[in-house]
Structure formats: C-alpha cells, structure tokens
Design a protein around this ligand. Sequence first.
Ligand code: ADP
Ligand code: ZN
Ligand code: MG
Length: 479
Amino acid sequence: MKYEAVIGLEIHCELKTKTKIFCGCATGFGADENTHVCPVCLGLPGVLPTVNKRVVEFAIKAGLATNCEINQYSKFDRKNYYYPDLPKNWQTSQYDLPICKNGWVDIDVDGEKRRIRLTRIHMEEDAGKLVHSGTTIKDSATSDVDYNRTGVPLLEIVSEPDLRSAEEARAYMEKIKAIMEYIDVSNCRMEEGNLRADVNVSLRPVGTQELGTRTEMKNINSFKSLVDAIDYEIERQTEVLEDGGHVVQETRTWDPARGITLSMRSKENAHDYRYMPEPDLPPIITSDETIEKYRRELPELPDARRARLTADYGLSDYDAGIITSSRAMAEYFDAVVATGADAKLAANWMMGDLAKKLNEESLDIAKSPVDAQRLGEMIQLIMKNTISGKIAKKVFAEMWTNPDAPEKIVKDKGLVQITDASAIEGVVDEVIANNPKAVEEYKGGKKKAIGALVGQVMKATKGKANPQMVNQLLAKKLQ
Ligand code: ADP
Ligand code: ZN
Ligand code: MG
C-alpha cells in the first residue's frame, strides 16, 4: 500500500515585548537565574495578573497578517498540569475562544503554490526552564529551575493538518517566521528558542480522507531538525504499518545527535488538562476600530513584497521569493538598489557570491562584512565598466576582509578594466602572432577557436581587458 503523510504544526512564537504577559517583569534573554521574577509570575498566593496590552496587539497583528478572523470576544483559560517549571500548576492560555481563528498562508515548494490553513492563534505564557546537572533529567542528581522565562508571552500558531511532506512543513515554518519578522512581533531567533514547533505526523493510504493516528514531537527548534524528524517519523510509521502494526498515539522526542525519535509518554487529551475559564482575567473585547488601526499599521508583507519586486524590477518570481523570504534580506536588497545599483545585478550578487560567503561563515545578512552600501557601490563599478563582472568577483572577495570602499580597492589593486582600444590592440596582435594554430583553425571556419585567443588576451592582461572589446578586436583582425 502507498501512504501519504499528514502533518500539522503548532508553532510557539516568543513575542518581543519588554515585559511579561501578566506582570511587569522584564523578558530579556540571558539574565542571571531567577532575577526577572515577581510574586505574579512565581504564582504566589493572593496576587492578581493583568494583561499586557502589547501582547494582545501583537497577537491581533499576527492574525491579520495570516488572514485570520479576529475573535472580538476572547478569553483566557487555565490549562492545568503539574511540573516544576510551572509554579502556578496551570498555564494561563486560551481554549475555546482564541484571539484569532481560520487563517491561511501560501507556501511554495518546487514552484508549486499551496494554501495552508491556520486553525487558530492563541496567547499564552511560557513556562520556566529546568537546568539539569547531567544531560537529561534521568541521569541528573539535581535539577535547578530558572523562572525568568515563566510568563514570557507566546503565540501558539496552530495549522490544520494540511502539510504533506517535510519540505512543505519547512516552507510553512519559514513563511510563519518571515511574517512574524516582517510585522516585528518576535525576534524569531530559533537558536534562542524564540520559535519552536510541536510537530504532528500521521500516515494514511493514498486516496483516503480519514486521518490516521498521529504522533507528536515537541519543541523542534531548527529547520534541520524539523525536516529530519518528519522524514524519520514517516519512515518509522511506514514500517509499523507495513508490518501490519498500529501507530500508537504518543508524544515522542527528537534526538538530533542520534537522528531518531524516541517514545516519551502516551499523548494526553484535552480533557486531561481540565481546562477552565481564568477567573482572574477579564475577557478581551476588541472593537472594529482597533482592528482597523492594527491593520493599517501592518507593513508590506512577504507575498506583496515579492509581487512588487517582480513587477517593479522584472525579477523572476523565484528570485523575488528568495529575496523576500526574510525581512533582513528584503531590506538589504532595497538598500542596495537605493544606492543606484541595477536591481537584477543586486539580486544576482545577493544570491550568488554574497549568499555563498554568508553560508560558509554561518553569518546572518545583517552582520555581513559587505554591507548594502558597499555592494551597491561595487555593482555601480560594473555598470560603469570600471571593472568586468569577472574582476568584480575578486573585488568582492577582497571587500569581505577589507573595509575600504570598492573604488579604492580597485585602484589599490590595479584592477581597473582596460577599455583603451590601443592598449588592448597591442596584446591582441601579440596573441595572434604567437598562436598560429588557433588563428588557422578560426580562419578555416572553426569559429569557436576564437575562445582560446580571447582567453590568451585575458590572461596576458590579468583579466583586466574589457571582454567585449577583446572579442570585437580579434574578430576584426582575423577577418
Ligand atoms: P493537541 O496536539 O494540543 O491535542 P490538536 O488536537 O488540536 O491539539 O492538534 C494539534 C495539531 O495536530 C494541529 O496542527 C493539527 O493540524 C495536527 N493534527 C491533528 N490530528 C492530526 C493527524 N491525525 N495527523 C497529523 N496531524 C494532526
Ligand atoms: Zn513577574
Ligand atoms: Mg499538540
């Protein structure tokens, strides 16, 4: 039997508010343990929470940016469970009236567009962090608990089970990340846990509609883990089903070091949490005016920006898609073009030499040693014929470690293109004299032989001769 994978993601996105969701404690990452705490987020008796208005604003903006309906009457609920990182013994979350519902985003995989539906987006508080003396809780003599993260605001963005492969899940999570970055509600630093996903995977026979039994992998916090964990789980479940077995509904953990998922516990159902309305917080009532105000404040979103780059600059849909896939890239591109650089050249350099260098050094574009201004200046040198595209590669490589302006680098290194016809002519004559065989072949009708002669001229001028002029001069002299 052939099976089809069915995948749904619950993405947790940490919001970049200054203070926590229900108290005034700071949210900053990396502070000393238990310094960002107060009676409210420590769950001491007799204290009352208040809702951080910014969290509601960010949640509504996230909903509007993902085509959700906003619940104008929304409320908080208590999700009850016991764990040492949860001092109140319940998580204040949302259950039946989340702030946003019924949205969608479009993704592209291999040039094919698919619409992925969002079930809901709700607000909740993060839990604290357990710090084990060993590597896992099982092999630790002691575990400390740090409550700094307790009460940090989160959005939980839940998709319908519309994803069909690891690559689609990746494209979807990248899209959500891009949107959250564009609307500036989260830092989305995956390595700091700002964005993490619970990944639900099941299989069903191709052509059937009913959902199969799923497993859930918690807290996946990199794109690589997301893809690897899903691929592994699809393979594991396929084997179980092909051996005539049944997939067990359970929570599994992804072990990136071993590249496998491991059973953690049988999956709890909603009724296990004894959800109940949060009595200490009033409902959140949002007016039409507020929603419209937030809608007006939204920036241009990735899909719109992509369409604009194709329309305004004639970039291909593919190139525009890559450039708008992160806010930092899109802003870098705009800054390069703003210097007066040609947009297509800007796109080519960003996706070529720049992307390669950033990748090699695992650098974010915002930290690129070649900033948008300098790349723009370099591209203009190509446009003015001061350097050829080939020499530009040398200049770019030099710019990576040399902070000088590209124009200065070109002068200092003597890389200015030779466009003086008489200077090139001398070399052309020499090359013709020294390569009788290629000349004879060319004259005998083998037009391709000119390539070898062009190569010789470029070599003699250390790549600095203007290639078009070399071609023209050679063709003329060989007539
Ligand atoms: P929870 O996991 O908290 O119990 P839900 O039951 O609402 O919450 O499901 C959460 C996620 O699991 C959603 O993204 C949903 O699309 C996905 N999901 C639900 N059933 C399946 C299934 N059979 N196969 C794959 N994904 C599923
Ligand atoms: Zn607090
Ligand atoms: Mg879940």
